[in-house]
Design a protein around this ligand. Structure first.
Ligand SMILES: C[S@@+](CC[C@H](N)C(=O)[O-])C[C@H]1O[C@@H](n2cnc3c(N)ncnc32)[C@H](O)[C@@H]1O
Length: 202
């Protein structure tokens, strides 16, 4: 990575794909040495919120599979993964922990229908430098009754009005409620934090 300022800012889809194409090889080592804590916190928060471990989970923006690994390690047995970066997705697939993975298109959930997944996860995905704020609406729209969406906002995203306003608008629109919110370590080696949110369809 060139610099943190360069990573956590709004950018075009083409730039985002280029960033992750270039980062895929070193991603696990980089975030590992910074103590990447959000996947474990998010997976545990889902278990505490009562998400069903035997039901398939969609790991949206699965990257190299670190979020899937965290989900599996707390007992979610069936995890599917999708990402828009072929280079990141190839590493996720190579882990052999996903039931299936597929390459996604920015702004689309492809073949996913409403309620197909009882639980959807977007760990570090709806974020400055990755997917835009309106991705939240798309993910909430894919939840069936009682379905849960767990996602994280890092410090830069928490300070961004577009992302916070989108979250407020999704909650104000009704049909979904916030059942958990936890602020904690994200990349301790960089003194960065994140908030993990869980929304549930009413
Ligand atoms: C910071 S990584 C997080 C990866 C993984 N969830 C983790 O916790 O390690 C962000 C991921 O979001 C993906 N991404 C960026 N824009 C996206 C979009 N519009 N839809 C889906 N994934 C996207 C990137 O390709 C990248 O793999």
């Amino acid at each position: 990575m060139s610099s943190d300022q360069d990573l956590w800012r709004m950018r075009s889809v083409e730039e985002t794909l280029q960033i992750y194409r270039d980062w895929a090889d070193a991603y696990d080592t980089d975030v590992g040495q910074w103590g990447y804590a959000t996947p474990g916190r998010l997976a545990m928060a889902l278990r505490m919120a009562g998400a069903a471990p035997a039901k398939p989970v969609l790991d949206f923006g699965c990257g190299t599979g670190l979020s899937g690994l965290a989900l599996k390690s707390v007992g979610f047995d069936i995890v599917d993964g999708t990402d828009v970066s072929p280079e990141m997705l190839a590493r996720a697939e190579a882990r052999g922990i996903y039931r299936q993975v597929w390459l996604g298109t920015p702004g689309s959930l492809g073949h996913i229908g409403r309620g197909d997944y009882a639980t959807i996860v977007a760990c570090g995905v709806v974020s400055l430098g990755a997917a835009p704020p309106e991705t939240l609406d798309m993910l909430v729209g894919a939840l069936g009754p009682a379905g849960m969406l767990a996602f994280s906002y890092n410090d830069a995203t928490l300070a961004d009005h577009a992302y916070m306003d989108r979250l407020a608008a999704v909650l104000a629109a009704g049909g979904v409620e916030k059942i958990a919110e936890d602020h904690g370590p994200h990349l301790p080696g960089k003194d960065m934090h994140s908030t993990v949110y869980i929304l549930q369809k009413t």
